[in-house]
Design a protein around this ligand. Structure first.
Ligand SMILES: [Zn+2]
Length: 74
């Protein structure tokens, strides 16, 4: 294999590596941002307390009385 082909192959390999890293970190940051942005609301069935949690939760305990509540659906 001559030196030009070897150099070209090396450059493509490095470019591909950086492209892969870029896509990986972009997707990871986007997923992190979406998880931070998303809030789930709850209303306590016992005391009526309204509260919100970050991320995905289907059930949560009330901060005031400890009652386990389902998330509010709109
Ligand atoms: Zn409560």
């Amino acid at each position: 294999m001559d030196i030009v082909v070897a150099t070209l192959a090396y450059c493509l390999l490095v470019a591909g590596l950086f492209l892969g890293l870029w896509i990986y970190y972009d997707r990871r940051d986007h997923a992190r941002f979406e998880a931070e942005r998303r809030h789930v609301s709850f209303q306590c069935v016992r005391c009526g307390h309204l509260y919100a949690l970050q991320g995905e939760h289907n059930r949560s305990n009330c901060a005031l009385c400890g009652q386990e509540n389902d998330r509010l659906r709109f």
